[in-house]
Design a protein around this ligand. Sequence first.
Ligand SMILES: Nc1nc2c(ncn2[C@@H]2O[C@H](COP(=O)(O)OP(=O)(O)OP(=O)(O)O)[C@@H](O)[C@H]2O)c(=O)[nH]1
Ligand SMILES: [Zn+2]
Length: 187
Amino acid sequence: MKSTHSHVANLPSRFGTFQIQAFKEGDKEHLAIFKEPFGEIPLVRIHSECLTGDALGSLKCDCKDQLEYALGVIGKRGGMVIYLRQEGRNIGLFNKVNAYALQDQGFDTIEANHQLGFLNDERTYEMAEIILGHFGIDKIKLLTNNPKKINTLKGITIVERWPIIMPSNNHNTHYLTTKKEKMGHML
Ligand SMILES: Nc1nc2c(ncn2[C@@H]2O[C@H](COP(=O)(O)OP(=O)(O)OP(=O)(O)O)[C@@H](O)[C@H]2O)c(=O)[nH]1
Ligand SMILES: [Zn+2]
């Protein structure tokens, strides 16, 4: 029988020694990166894939800084990073590059998504709930500035919100201002 989750493997990293487990959702493969013990209320970061930021170090967003901050804190205190393959707020890499091309012409992130026929944010968080459920977790402390993420996680009790605010740079100030003003991020 085909499994929807992989075995658990060790992942020594520059942020500490974690364990990882992969989860399949159709063609998408998500990851839980975790460090035990979790403590009574696990500290969790739900991170959405950003290849340009996470892997290439793009300065257009704050994703890599947030990911590394989360891995650093969770590597020390225990908890879990859920890495969801929702590139470009779930419009995919190809469309995100087209959105970036529109941003080069002066559109903001939201306007560029609309120009391409997408909503502001096409993400869902069911897989995060499924992964947390797999670990028997129903209460968390969540590292986020995003109110939609909090409101969408219906099956999980968010006992505390921990802000995850990174220093801005010349290239991402407009991106962060758009998140604050148009998406209500608590920045
Ligand atoms: N469509 C689109 N997606 C982007 C753009 N810049 C970054 N992203 C994606 O945005 C996602 C990160 O989401 P954010 O809204 O920045 O932050 P968040 O994770 O929802 O909120 P926090 O928990 O507070 O960090 C990743 O999937 C990125 O690939 C962009 O210009 N257009
Ligand atoms: Zn990013």
